[in-house]
Design a protein around this ligand. Structure first.
Ligand code: PLP
Length: 338
């Protein structure tokens, strides 16, 4: 029988399971001037890995059978998921293997290695690294830990909704960065179960937004990847997507797309007004508010999902300088008024 989609009970169980590994994060009050309603920032940059993905990874890893935990886990993410799996595995004493293609820069390889994971360099693309992860799962009996389309990963990310509604019971809207949809699905399952009237808005970049294209099409589709300040929101949702596409379709009220200039401005406001230096994926909520694509009709929370951005981007944002994204220049001084 296929695993069912996670429910509120699964998210509550996840909250207990991850308590020793992932942090319970605060909801900060926004300092943006002139807002018509209160805005809160769920600060996931405070996770030990600098991003919320530790929640899902910790839940998936902590609930393995003892036999599976002894054999270990495998994943293939270059970004926040790979770091999360390596960190949770170290905390829980589970062997972890992370497959990375030859294109992954040395700093990222070292970040994963320094957490004690076995790193396998394989292939010239993320797809080839994934094939190697699949092969190792089979050959060595390792449990694959997917970045979003997995009931325990979704339930782990969903723990954010329990914390938010405990701290802010009056919340009316949650702004959720959207990529593969593990975060949006988990938060939506928890938040709509606790408060059916809540409005949930998925936010992503204009080009290469696979979940948005898949929701429009009514089934998972592939889109061409494009460089973005929100690089953590890139990548496909998997043509064999089992959970996140249906959950996002059924539970998200709206999806909003943001331009690179708007994302740059969100990052700039987070740095200069809120005092948080974050990656583009974490700034889409601010981008939507500042561009008036989202209006604050009541108390609203935005999920500030991660802080793992390249140092040269952090420097450009601090200096209000534009950033080269593919063949376009994003942001600059003309985007700095609030
Ligand atoms: C992975 C990630 C997201 C999106 O999460 P999904 O579950 O893939 O939708 C958003 N922000 C950051 C920083 C991430 O690493």
């Amino acid at each position: 029988m296929p695993d069912p989609a996670p429910d509120l009970a699964d998210i509550r169980a996840a909250a207990r399971a991850i308590a020793g590994v992932a942090a319970r994060t605060p909801a900060l009050t926004s300092r943006l001037p002139g807002l018509p309603n209160p805005l809160f920032l769920k600060d996931e940059t405070r996770q030990p890995t600098g991003a919320f993905k530790l929640r899902g990874a910790a839940n998936a890893l902590s609930r393995l059978s003892p036999e599976q935990a002894a054999r270990g886990v495998v994943c293939c993410s270059t970004g926040n998921h790979g770091r999360a799996v390596a960190h949770a595995a170290r905390d829980l004493g589970i062997p972890a293997t992370v497959c990375l293609s030859a294109l992954v820069p040395p700093a990222k390889v070292e970040a994963v290695q320094s957490l004690g994971a076995r790193v396998i360099r394989h292939g010239r693309s993320q797809d080839e690294a994934r094939e190697e992860a699949d092969r190792l799962a089979e050959a060595e009996g390792l449990a694959p830990v997917p970045p979003f389309d997995h009931p325990r990963v979704i339930a782990g990310q969903g723990t954010i909704s329990l914390e938010l509604l405990e701290d802010l019971p009056d919340l009316e809207t949650i702004l959720i960065p959207l990529s593969g949809g593990g975060l949006a699905a988990g938060v939506a399952v928890g938040a709509k179960a606790l408060k059916p009237s809540i409005r949930l808005i998925g936010l992503t970049m204009q080009t290469g937004a696979a979940m948005h294209a898949s929701l429009q099409a009514g089934h998972p589709v592939e889109v061409e990847e494009a460089p973005s300040l929100a690089d953590s929101l890139g990548g496909g949702i998997g043509l064999k997507n089992r959970w996140t596409h249906a959950l996002c379709r059924d539970l998200l009220d709206e999806v909003i797309l943001l331009s690179e200039n708007e994302i740059w401005r969100g990052m700039h406001a987070l740095h200069h007004v809120e005092g948080l230096t974050v990656e583009g994926a974490a700034a889409v909520g601010h981008a939507a508010i500042l561009s008036s694509r989202a209006t604050l009709t009541g108390p609203t929370a935005t999920l500030v999902t991660g802080e793992n951005l390249p140092p040269e981007q952090a420097q450009a944002i601090a200096r209000s300088q534009p950033i080269q994204i593919g063949d376009q220049l994003a942001g600059g001084p003309e985007w700095t008024t609030y």
